[in-house]
Design a protein around this ligand. Structure first.
Ligand SMILES: [Zn+2]
Length: 61
């Protein structure tokens, strides 16, 4: 990937990060099952960041 930030210009691998917090999802599931499941559905997938300037590059569902 190439960073879209003109001040950065990083070329190479992007950093992958989970969208939601697993802990919050588990807490929701243990108290309210349905919102917990919904949270996991909405928060599944990953976001990609530039490791140099931390700019978000892409969202993968
Ligand atoms: Zn960058």
């Amino acid at each position: 990937m190439i960073c879209p930030n003109p001040n950065c210009g990083y070329e190479g691998r992007s950093r992958k990060r989970a969208r939601g917090s697993l802990l919050i999802g588990l807490i929701l599931c243990s108290f309210f099952l349905l919102p917990g499941i919904l949270y996991f559905m909405l928060m599944s997938g990953y976001r990609y960041y530039c490791p140099c300037c931390d700019m978000q590059i892409a969202v993968d569902n």
